[in-house]
Ligand binder design. Structure first.
Ligand SMILES: Nc1ncnc2c1ncn2[C@@H]1O[C@H](COP(=O)(O)OP(=O)(O)OP(=O)(O)O)[C@@H](O)[C@H]1O
Ligand SMILES: [Mg+2]
Length: 268
């Protein structure tokens, strides 16, 4: 279980996150959805202990990010927005290097290297230097370094960015397989991505969490304006709504509501 409690983050006077709270259950895939600049990367960097929040905290499988950052890092695999690759190293050497720095013993490391080679589809570039590989391969090498120590939790910042449609399907399938035994949080601004993968969705905009829940729960939280321009709860049953409203409409509707509220707040 991952519990995020009232996390706020300021960069100087700019508030990048405002009291964000949500939960991800063990072995669940949580999709963090938000437009550019929403605060997705900031939140992931806080959860992975690379950034210290201004206030609030989180626990990752019972380990507190502020009190036990070393323990948190051990159980997390993190794919940052830009994967930290050493361009002049060969793919196999780089992954071996990451595994050794994670203190995996020799025999286990050999096994894990074979596993990530197969799971991330790296066979064709295994002995190539990283700078020779395509953007899609680099993303997969980034995923492999996040998986090398077989972490319980995966935090993936836009895992399919830069991949072609076939590779996207491959990575989605891998994430689904991994979720059978791992808790996964991934970020995206691509709607079909959360629809295809996430058990639970958290939507953030301008640093504020504006909705959280399953696809069905989000639908019932969306308010639409009726002809008299009066807001009312959307009350149709899930089956009726799923015909009437896709995630794209929900997302846009929630963002529009939130932007209106922010405008009202700033003009008071
Ligand atoms: N180191 C920093 N210093 C100042 N402002 C920052 C810093 N890092 C991020 N920001 C700002 O915080 C806000 C949130 O940024 P963040 O990168 O977390 O968003 P994001 O949701 O990941 O966006 P994207 O979809 O473009 O990756 C943005 O307005 C960004 O400009
Ligand atoms: Mg980002």
């Amino acid at each position: 279980m991952i519990q995020v409690n009232n996390i706020s983050m300021r960069y100087g006077s700019f508030e990048a996150l405002k009291e964000v709270s949500f939960e991800a259950k063990t072995k669940e895939i949580l999709g963090l959805l938000g437009p550019n600049g929403a605060g997705k990367t900031t939140l992931m960097r806080i959860l992975t202990t690379y950034l210290y929040p201004t206030s609030g905290t989180a626990t990752i499988h019972q380990r507190n990010i502020l009190k036990e950052p070393e323990e948190v890092r051990k159980i997390i695999g993190y794919l940052p927005e830009t994967a930290p690759l050493y361009q002049d190293m060969r793919v196999d050497d780089y992954l071996s290097f990451v595994g050794k720095s994670r203190q995996i013993d020799r025999a286990k490391l050999r096994e894990r290297l074979e596993w990530v080679k197969e799971a991330c589809g790296l066979g064709l570039v295994w002995k190539h230097e990283i700078h020779e590989t395509s953007k899609g391969y680099r993303q997969r090498i980034g995923l492999a370094q996040a998986l090398i120590h077989d972490p319980q939790v995966l935090i993936l910042d836009e895992p399919t960015s830069g991949l072609d449609p076939l590779q996207i399907i491959g990575i989605r399938e891998l994430i689904r397989q991994l979720a059978k035994e791992k808790t996964i949080i991934f970020s995206t601004h691509i709607l079909p991505e959360v629809e295809a993968l996430a058990d639970r969705i958290v939507i953030i905009n301008a640093g504020e969490m504006i909705a959280a829940g399953t696809h069905a729960e989000l639908m019932s939280s969306v308010r639409v304006e009726n002809n008299a321009a009066k807001e009312q709860k959307w009350k149709k049953s899930f089956s009726q709504m799923s015909n009437a409203m896709g995630l794209e409409e929900i997302f846009i509707s929630l963002l529009q509501q939130h932007e209106k509220e922010r405008f009202k707040r700033s003009s008071v």
